[in-house]
Design a binder for this molecule. Structure first.
Ligand code: SF4
Length: 383
């Protein structure tokens, strides 16, 4: 059992003796467990803790499942038992909706989960829009490792346009401008208090031309990490225009050229690989690997992570649209559900690994979108 104490000056710093999260220590990256166990193992559980949200972002990955009223939860005893059983558990992520939307969720779900994780030495991440009152973040921050926020804006108008696109009613700009200010203020205060705040931006039709400005604002909020993913228009976001691979490429390169070197840049779900026939893409992959304070995280979904819906108990291995739930915690252990997925032909098809490139293959969405006819298992990283 690890100590649960923080120095008073930085109330949200991790417990003394815990190894800091850094480009060299990212327990969410599935390459770690692959290297350690020689095959993909379940080390990470994501919990969907709410379907409520105060926003309706146009790109929301779970937009179709958001509701106005919460369903009953499965018992917490069952959740804890299933987490206890995961032999190699290292990280827990909590997602929604907006996990802090209801104080009941904060008190009855988030706090017990966070305290459980701390007592077991497990790292936690909360995916939040941090637009609610600071007091609720202050309650959970002392037990949390990563506050993960979305940030795709350069001004309050962007926030209004992107974040309230799908509300189905007219939300006033002065109301959303206040939320925008609160989000920035909350992120700054939490960072100042020693919490690791990681801001995620998408590369999409709205952001690719101003990604450096977005990065500057994120650095200015004191975020320790900027996480960047291309947006793949699927499910709820399927009506949005896609950017080309060249535009994605340019956005990544621009960020590398203009970034604040003190902020950890984490890229994920990029469509560029070390085995590419395209020399320019391989050059970019090499640059990403060699730059200081820059990492490319392999996609955890279906590699070292499953998602558990805390209302139905259903277990998902990936948010890829055509993969339905793979089991349910009411009658199955999570390691057993994961073992079924590991043997599944869809997982097998992208189960490549090139140690020299620290790469374990494309995620399903990327392979479906760009590489339908490519057999990654017959490819290799090109030095
Ligand atoms: S692990 Fe797969 S995707 Fe990555 S470089 Fe190797 S063959 Fe390509």
């Amino acid at each position: 059992m690890q100590a649960i104490s923080q120095p008073a000056a930085v109330p949200f710093a991790p417990p003394t003796g815990w190894r800091a999260l850094s480009p060299q220590n990212d327990p969410w990256d599935p390459i770690r467990s692959l290297q350690r166990f020689g095959r993909h193992e379940l080390t990470s559980v994501e919990l969907t803790v709410t379907h409520l949200c105060n926003m309706r972002c146009e790109h929301c990955a779970v937009g179709d499942s958001l509701t106005m009223k919460e369903a009953p939860y499965v018992p917490m005893e069952l959740i804890f038992r299933r987490l206890d059983e995961v032999e190699h558990l290292e990280t827990i992520s909590m997602t929604g909706g907006e996990p802090t939307f209801s104080m009941e969720t904060v008190r009855n779900i988030l706090l017990p989960l966070l305290k459980y994780a701390r007592a077991r030495g497990i790292r936690t991440q909360l995916n939040s829009n941090v637009t609610m009152d600071y007091e609720r973040y202050e309650l959970i921050a002392p037990y949390l490792d990563v506050m993960h926020i979305s940030f795709n804006y350069t001004e309050a108008e962007d926030f209004h346009r992107i974040g309230f696109a799908r509300t189905g009613r007219n939300v006033r700009i002065d109301t959303t401008a206040k939320m925008y200010e609160r989000m920035i203020d909350n992120a700054q205060r939490l960072s100042k208090g020693g919490l690791f705040v990681s801001a995620e931006s998408m590369i999409n039709f709205r952001t690719y031309g101003k990604i450096s400005d977005i990065h500057r604002l994120i650095a200015g909020m004191g975020c320790q990490r900027h996480e960047v993913h291309p947006m793949y228009p699927s499910s709820f976001a399927s009506g949005l225009p896609a950017v080309t691979r060249e535009q994605m490429f340019d956005a990544v390169e621009t960020l590398l050229n203009t970034r604040d070197p003190d902020v950890w840049m984490l890229f994920g779900t990029l469509p560029f690989f070390a085995c590419s026939d395209n020399e320019e893409e391989r050059r970019l992959v090499r640059r990403l690997r060699e730059e200081k304070n820059v990492t490319v995280r392999n996609d955890p979904d279906g590699r070292n992570r499953v998602n558990v819906n805390m209302f139905s108990g259903d277990v998902y291995v990936t948010d890829f649209a055509s993969v339905p739930s793979f089991g349910n915690i009411q009658n199955e252990k999570l390691d057993d559900v994961f073992a079924k997925w590991r043997a599944h032909p869809m997982q097998e098809a992208v189960n490549c690994h090139c140690p020299t490139a620290s790469c374990c293959g494309p995620n399903l969405l990327v392979s479906d979108m760009y590489y339908r006819d490519i057999d990654f298992k017959s490819k290799h990283a090109i030095p």
